[in-house]
Ligand binder design. Structure first.
Ligand SMILES: [Zn+2]
Length: 167
C-alpha cells in the first residue's frame, strides 16, 4: 500500500528536513515528495535561502575566523622572536654569560607563556624591558617595542569585537 502525504504535513517537516534531523524514513518521504510537488519544492527553496543568509551565524563564523587568524599571527611572531632572542643568546654567550642567560631565559618563556593568548604581550614587554635595562642590548629594546605593539593590537581587536558583536 502506497502512503500519500499531504503538502501540509510535508511543509511542517521542512524545517527539520533542512536541519537534517529527520529519521531516515521521514527524510526519504520528504525528499520523494519534493521531487514530485513543485509547490513544496518552492517552499523548501525559500526556507533554504532564509537559513543560508542568517547574519548572526555568519558574524559568529567571521569572529571565530578572526580569532584563529590572530592567534596564528601571534604564534608566528613568537616563533620568530624566540628564534631572534635565541640567536642573540648564542652570539653573546662567548662574551658575557649574564646576557646569554637573559636572552635564553626570554626565548624560553616566549614558548611557555605563548599559550596565554592575549595576556602574554604585556608580560613580555615588561620582561624584555627589564632585560634591556640589565643588558643595555638594543635588540632587546626592539623586542620590547614589538611586544607593546602586539599588546595594543590584541586589546584593540578584543574591544572592537566587543563593540561590534557584543561578546
Ligand atoms: Zn506538496
Amino acid at each position: 500500500m502506497k502512503k500519500t502525504i499531504s503538502c501540509e504535513i510535508i511543509q511542517d517537516l521542512l524545517p527539520n528536513y533542512i536541519e537534517g534531523i529527520l529519521s531516515n524514513e521521514s527524510e526519504k518521504l520528504v525528499s520523494e515528495h519534493l521531487h514530485k510537488c513543485v509547490y513544496c519544492k518552492k517552499e523548501w527553496e525559500n526556507m533554504n535561502t532564509l537559513i543560508e543568509v542568517n547574519p548572526v551565524e555568519e558574524r559568529k563564523v567571521d569572529y571565530l575566523k578572526g580569532i584563529h587568524k590572530r592567534f596564528r599571527n601571534i604564534f608566528l611572531a613568537c616563533i620568530i622572536l624566540s628564534a631572534i632572542t635565541f640567536l642573540i643568546g648564542v652570539f653573546y654567550s662567548e662574551k658575557n654569560t649574564d646576557e646569554a642567560l637573559w636572552t635564553l631565559f626570554l626565548s624560553f618563556f616566549v614558548f611557555v607563556v605563548m599559550l596565554i593568548k592575549f595576556g602574554f604581550p604585556l608580560f613580555f614587554a615588561v620582561a624584555s624591558f627589564f632585560g634591556y635595562k640589565k643588558t643595555k642590548n638594543k635588540w632587546i629594546l626592539i623586542i620590547t617595542v614589538i611586544f607593546i605593539y602586539l599588546f595594543f593590537d590584541s586589546i584593540s581587536f578584543v574591544i572592537k569585537n566587543i563593540l561590534i558583536y557584543g561578546h
